[in-house]
Design a protein around this ligand. Structure first.
Ligand SMILES: NC(=O)c1ccc[n+]([C@@H]2O[C@H](COP(=O)([O-])OP(=O)(O)OC[C@H]3O[C@@H](n4cnc5c(N)ncnc54)[C@H](O)[C@@H]3O)[C@@H](O)[C@H]2O)c1
Ligand SMILES: [Zn+2]
Ligand SMILES: [Zn+2]
Length: 391
């Protein structure tokens, strides 16, 4: 079958790879009908995620049709149209039973370096390095889905492909940031990043009752899209001092909840860009935590900051003093999609939550390298490039 493979830093190619087969009794094979780029893939492309190997198939946000199931699969059958969570849970370990699916203890048995570095690791993730299980990704014609009973969700009739697609990763990630960030009715919420994840977090905050939601980015198309489809306020960080602007808009107090949806390759207009950029390139720090620092600085005293953006390891100039003295709560996680996907599909079906507009560009799998180039460089207003291998 055809698949989009990582070959090295900023090097992708479409290759023929062996078809996947059922390896375990709880597996299914899914024919991928749509698979999309995610900001997390940019960290792979940039070479910031360890344990990638040339030829690895990338991609983790997808929908498809079940074409084969193992003997112990009970909730799904051939022909089911499903959205699959990007992060793999086993459904039975302590973490999965406590609804903390991205911490699954069974789906990533050989994490290697991350276990050492973090003192514990995440679940397996499709197409996301050998430190996250070495699973083949979804930018392919077919994919093996382990523990399919827990990781695939039947798409309700009437929900279109491109609406269901983002229930795999962007929408549950955003929802988790708002919910575990503790958004309550009446809150003011600020969201850093207007990519797919930040927009979904902003929308979730509104649906959870936030009184004001303010999203921050630099790209005019993304800011305009967020204002239009999410319906929240926006700030262009290149035209103002974000912390001062947030203070101004919140009566001097700062947002109650700050959601960071930017990650390790954060940008900035100031000296931090140079400082963190150089340190990251020299591997003196692994991540550029520019938006995290700003969120901690801007957050109201006693508020909370949730880190959705992906970080790999150690950062420099972390404002621990602000965190401690302002009484902040800081959390982060890979998404616990299995907890949210059924509810999100219901909201999508009802029209509460709009997602398909994120798919700014749809193309064939052969156009994968071009799609990533557009997505990485935000060309032509690209927010998500969607590959449809069978279209
Ligand atoms: N926690 C999870 O489970 C999970 C799931 C999916 C994605 N992610 C992560 O979430 C992050 C966002 O993903 P995405 O798909 O939306 O990515 P994206 O690349 O499409 O969007 C990131 C946005 O952040 C903006 N940005 C950069 N620096 C900024 C700054 N200083 N202030 C404000 N905005 C800034 C960029 O301009 C860009 O629009 C990535 O780090 C990704 O890895 C996490
Ligand atoms: Zn993702
Ligand atoms: Zn588990």
């Amino acid at each position: 079958m055809k698949a989009l493979c990582w070959q090295g830093v900023n090097d992708l190619s479409v290759e023929q790879v062996p078809d996947p087969a059922i390896l375990n009794a709880q597996d299914a094979i899914v024919k991928v009908t749509a698979s999309t780029t995610c900001g997390s893939d940019l960290h792979l492309l940039g070479g910031y995620i360890p344990a990638m190997r040339a030829g690895d198939v990338i991609g983790h946000e997808f929908i498809g049709e079940i074409v084969d199931v193992g003997p112990e699969v009970s909730r799904h059958r051939r022909g089911d149209r499903v959205v699959v969570c990007s992060i793999i849970g086993c459904g039975r370990c302590w973490a999965c039973r406590h609804d903390e699916w991205s911490l699954c203890e069974n789906s990533n048995p050989k994490p290697g370096v991350t276990d050492l570095m973090w003192g514990g690791t995440t679940a397996g993730i499709f197409g996301y390095s050998h430190a996250m299980g070495g699973f083949r990704g979804s930018h392919a014609e077919y994919i093996r889905v382990p523990f399919v009973d827990y990781n695939a969700f039947t798409i309700p009739e009437g929900v279109a492909d491109l609406d269901a697609l983002f229930a795999s990763d962007a929408a549950p990630t955003g929802w988790m940031g708002a919910e575990l960030g503790g958004v309550r009715p009446g809150d003011v919420v600020a969201v850093w990043g207007c990519g797919g994840v930040g927009q979904m977090a902003a929308r979730a905050a509104m649906l959870l009752g936030a009184e004001r939601v303010i999203a921050i980015d630099r790209y005019p198309e993304r800011l305009a899209m967020t204002a239009r489809h999410v319906g929240c306020e926006v700030i262009d960080y290149t035209s103002t001092d974000v912390t001062a602007e947030l203070r101004e808009r919140t009566g001097g107090r700062g947002p109650d909840v700050c959601v960071e949806a930017v990650g390790m390759e954060a940008d900035s207009t100031g000296i931090q860009r140079v400082y963190d950029g150089v340190k990251q390139q020299l591997r003196l720090e692994q991540d550029r935590p520019i938006a995290v620092r700003e969120a901690i600085h801007a957050c109201r005293k006693g508020g909370s900051v949730f880190v959705l953006g992906v970080f790999a390891g150690f950062v420099d100039k972390f404002p621990l003093g602000a965190l401690m003295n302002k009484g902040l709560t800081l959390r982060g996680a890979q998404q616990h999609g299995q907890r949210y996907i059924p509810k999100l599909l219901e909201r999508i079906a009802k029209g509460d939550l709009k997602t398909s507009y994120l798919a700014t560009h749809t193309m064939t799998l052969d156009e994968g390298p071009k799609g990533y180039d557009m997505f990485k460089h935000k060309k032509d207003g690209c927010v998500r490039a969607v590959f449809r291998p069978w279209a």
